[in-house]
Design a protein around this ligand. Structure first.
Ligand SMILES: Nc1ncnc2c1ncn2[C@@H]1O[C@H](COP(=O)(O)OP(=O)(O)OP(=O)(O)O)[C@@H](O)[C@H]1O
Ligand SMILES: Nc1nc2c(ncn2[C@@H]2O[C@H](COP(=O)(O)O)[C@@H](O)[C@H]2O)c(=O)[nH]1
Length: 401
């Protein structure tokens, strides 16, 4: 990581091509990935979003692929840069914050799978998101073991570091529960429809009700730069383990079955029937929780404070850790781009004005070496930092502090 080579910017004030990757600019811009030419631009007037065409080499004409994902709104100034063999990075110059960077996936595993399912040519939009908030944490264990209590302690002590994934459930709200905070309380038919529409990362029938984690509920936490905590049952944990979400899995055990029952009774939120059902289900969950391969850590919640300390230790949050680095990432705004150059995994952005409030020439690096994920939803792991003017905006190592 260092200062951008000066020649790149001086040679690149023109709008198209830099000798490394073909970088194109315009309201409608064409770019080549592999052997295929894509036109990305403004002819999709009906939706006022950026349209996509693919050049069919055998038919020798432009065709319209199925476009999946949320489409970015139209922009009069687009930059398109092929990224690897499977996607195009699209910069919407001068767009509002957080809407400036998109990826058009043309041959990622997700797109290839959708091509098979739909039997047509498919591309998919995925929004570029700066930073990577750390692996989500899945907390599982039988009802009444203290998962919610431990999570509440973590969220209270580290409010800027963690965000809770608000699940959907068909269970009725308890007295002190608020819709949208504790759960999204929902009707079964609505939730089943959303499951069919693939809006859920996982779902399960738990103690007679349907519970599920929507993709959106995990994404909003990560969009806020926070580490996502999921409180889900063992079936849900299994599904997440099998999904593409790279998480840490923690199972919470009670000191004894009798203690579990005492806690559930003490909480007083269940009828006797419901309580018995939860206790019966706990037996199977405790067996599965301890079976090898599913959970990375098993904690016994005997003394609450001791268990909480162990949880913090395994998350690297003990009193000697520098926890400031783990808080929400500081964002810098995307610059108004005048020229673009790509060298390896670094994209050099030359700007005349930036939101840093300086009207002089500013240079930025967008580091895509840690790119994670892809459609549907977001492409994460992007790192944007300023490299010029060196002294004024950096910590001396070329990166904004
Ligand atoms: N270590 C502990 N010792 C004694 N009581 C505890 C301990 N941890 C939690 N509790 C109490 O046990 C009850 C159940 O805890 P909590 O609601 O956090 O469980 P849970 O695992 O989230 O349950 P559910 O899965 O049903 O949501 C609460 O009244 C809580 O105060
Ligand atoms: N598989 C999922 N399980 C979930 C989810 N949200 C909560 N849960 C689990 O349900 C039980 C009961 O919860 P309660 O609030 O009714 O006491 C508990 O074990 C939770 O962990 C979810 O989205 N998916």
């Amino acid at each position: 990581m260092g200062e951008a080579p000066a020649f790149l910017f001086d040679d690149l004030e023109k709008s198209c091509g830099n000798g490394y990757d073909l970088i194109c600019r315009g309201r409608e811009t064409t770019t080549i990935v592999g052997n295929t030419k894509y036109a990305i631009g403004d002819y999709d007037d009906s939706t006022l979003s950026i349209g996509v065409k693919v050049f069919d080499n055998s038919l020798e004409k432009w065709v319209y692929p199925t476009v999946l994902g949320t489409k970015p709104e139209l922009s009069s100034d687009l930059w398109a840069l092929p990224h690897g063999e499977d996607r195009v990075m699209v910069i919407k110059n001068g767009a509002i914050t957080d809407d400036d960077l998109w990826f058009l996936e043309v041959d990622t595993p997700y797109v290839r799978q959708q091509k098979k399912v739909l039997g047509s040519d498919v591309v998919a939009w995925s929004k570029g998101v700066m930073g990577y908030a750390g692996k989500p944490i899945v907390i599982s264990g039988p009802s009444g073991v203290g998962k919610g209590t431990l999570i509440a302690k973590l969220m209270k002590e580290f409010p800027s570091m963690f965000g809770f994934s608000v699940s959907h459930t068909t269970r009725a709200p308890r007295e002190k529960e608020t819709n949208g905070i504790h759960y999204h309380f929902t009707e079964r038919n609505v939730m089943e429809e959303d499951i069919k529409d693939e809006k859920f990362l996982e779902f399960a029938q738990v103690h007679g009700n349907l519970y599920g984690t929507s993709v959106e509920s995990v994404e909003v936490v990560a969009d806020a730069g926070k580490r996502c905590i999921l409180d889900i049952d063992v079936q849900g944990a299994k599904s997440v383990r099998a999904s593409s979400l790279d998480a840490i899995f923690i199972f919470i055990c009670p000191p004894s079955y009798e203690d579990l029952e005492k806690r559930l009774r003490f909480r007083g939120t269940e009828t006797e029937d419901q309580l018995q059902k939860r206790l019966r289900n706990a037996k199977g969950e405790l067996e599965q929780g301890r079976s090898p391969g599913l959970f990375d850590h098993v904690l016994i919640n005997d003394d609450l404070d001791a268990c909480y300390l162990t949880l913090k230790n395994l998350l690297g949050l003990n009193e000697f850790a520098d926890n400031t680095n783990q808080s929400a990432q500081k964002k810098i705004g995307f610059p108004l781009v005048k020229s673009v150059s790509k060298v390896g995994n670094k994209i050099y952005l030359n700007s005349t004005i930036s939101d840093l409030g300086n009207a002089s020439k500013n240079s930025f690096v967008l580091d895509v070496s840690s790119l994670k994920g892809g459609a549907p939803g977001r492409t994460r792991g992007l790192d944007l930092y300023s490299v010029y003017p060196f002294a004024a905006f950096t910590n001396g190592f070329g990166k904004l502090s």
